[in-house]
Design a protein around this ligand. Structure first.
Ligand code: PMP
Length: 454
């Protein structure tokens, strides 16, 4: 296997070439980028839509395809950052939303579909009680509030490097430099951006992923003060990192031993890995589960679910509320998604597509002796450009992001659209992708590998 360093010069050359070719393919997008900068901050609607040398402006999506503002057709493996399980314009989602849009788009009162969605979630997750919101951030915020309200304690534990949305309590030790984090077994609490008071930052303590001893030491250090821990059971914002065998059960046991609660952040993991997400995959039931992204089949919806005891805190000690919670359009889409899109035969189809991708990519990595490996589960996967297995945030920070950067451009030139933050994100399949779509991804990867070695 080659080492990452031996490619450094070649990667620099390729990045320059690819940027310039990319801009030539995107004249209309260039115009939009310039125009947008005037009235849209940084020319985008969310900071994570920015990319170098310019954002990709989308005009339309159909099935597994999207078309950009320049009319280029691309197979969509971006998946709207993890929401796109249904693909674009899926008939079941179109029917449900069209029907509801004519009957009213907003009441701020419960609708029957909300019961159907809650019933479907209770069945998938084996957790009896649910509430809805509008984004992953809201769901993890509710989980943190609820854990604090129920226990009357202030400290929250999270995993170093895990992203859980952009509210204060979880914007700690995400995208932070290693030198600021200090000791790997006992990281400092560092705000991930401005605007978060230090008093709040210090109430969130991080532990390294896959390290039960560090968690136990922290629980002992803050005995009687820890409300709970929020954890993404499979880390999906720094590539894909699986927990060691027994880690997730160990986390639950330790927390409960210290009368603290466990919340799974399944904003990405939910529905895309298994019908019942990480709860099903690991056979470990937390007190609270946060879902969002893939729940709505492309519409805007999130949820939190949990045990009777944990969710009993809602209305008792914490009001989970919001004008658009349980919005009728979102509920209609989520109902159709759970009952008609995320069905067993589609999970089986996805298994087949993922297998084409994983085996094809592995063969190319072997043939070209690349310092890389493939991780994949359910609708998602990624190539990790590292010659050693990544187990946590510190390992991730060592991985050279120029590989993912050039890979992104090669996929784009070959008509495949990936999330712009290549190192962090992964590919996403939808139920409308085909075997040819999966093979296109593999072929583009082979072209990239060949160019890298040339
Ligand atoms: N948790 C995880 C694991 C996420 O990946 C994200 C979004 N990338 C969020 C929470 C926040 O979700 P949203 O962007 O919908 O607020």
């Amino acid at each position: 296997m080659g080492t990452a360093d031996e490619f450094a010069g070649r990667l620099e050359e390729m990045i320059e070439q690819e940027k310039s070719d990319f801009l030539k393919r995107q004249p209309r997008s260039r115009e939009l980028t310039e125009r947008a900068k005037k009235d849209l901050v940084s020319g985008v609607t969310s900071s994570w839509q920015s990319s170098d040398p310019q954002p990709v402006w989308i005009k339309e999506g159909r099935g597994s395809r999207v078309w950009d503002a320049d009319g280029c057709e691309m197979i969509d493996f971006h998946g709207g950052y993890g929401a796109g399980v249904a693909g674009h314009g899926h008939p079941a989602i179109v029917e449900a939303v069209s029907r509801q849009v004519q009957r009213g788009t907003h009441f701020a009162q419960p609708v029957e579909d909300a019961i159907l969605v809650a019933e479907a979630l209770a069945q998938r997750y084996g957790l009896p009680k649910w509430r809805f919101g509008n984004s992953g951030t809201e769901s993890t915020m509710d989980a943190v509030h609820l854990m604090r309200a129920i226990t009357g304690r202030d400290i929250i534990i999270k995993v170093e490097g895990s992203y859980h949305g952009h509210h204060d309590s979880v914007q700690v030790d995400v995208h932070v430099e290693l030198e600021d984090l200090g000791d790997a077994r006992h990281p400092n609490s560092v705000a991930s951006e401005g605007g978060i008071p230090d008093a709040i930052v210090q109430l969130t303590r991080a532990v390294p992923f896959n390290d039960l001893e560090a968690l136990e030491a922290l629980l002992n250090e803050y005995e009687g003060q820890v409300a709970g821990m929020i954890i993404e059971p499979i880390m999906m914002n720094i590539g894909i990192i699986f927990p060691d065998d027994g880690y997730i059960q160990g986390v639950k046991d330790l927390l409960h031993k210290h009368q603290a609660l466990l919340a799974f952040d399944e904003v990405k993991v939910g529905f895309t890995t298994r019908p019942g997400g990480a709860v099903e995959y690991f056979g470990v039931t937390p007190d609270i589960v946060c879902v969002a992204k893939a729940l709505g089949g492309g519409l805007i919806v999130s949820g939190i679910g949990g045990t009777e005891e944990a969710m009993g805190g809602i209305d008792d000690v914490y009001d989970q509320c919001g004008t658009f919670n349980g919005n009728p359009l979102s509920m209609a889409a989520a109902r159709a998604n759970l009952t008609e899109v995320l069905v067993p035969e589609n999970y089986a189809k996805i298994d087949g597509l993922r297998e084409i991708m994983v085996s094809g990519l592995r063969a190319t990595i072997e043939e070209f002796e690349l310092p890389a490996y493939v991780e994949a589960i359910g609708f998602k996967g990624c190539v990790v450009f590292s010659d050693k297995k990544i187990r946590n945030y510190r390992d991730f920070m060592e991985w050279d992001d120029r590989f993912s950067n050039v890979h992104w451009f090669y996929q784009h030139r070959g008509g495949v659209f990936l999330p712009p933050w290549g190192k962090v994100e992964q590919w996403m399949l939808s139920v409308q992708h085909t075997e040819d779509d999966a093979r296109r991804f593999v072929d583009n990867f082979a072209a990239f590998a060949k160019a890298l070695r040339s």
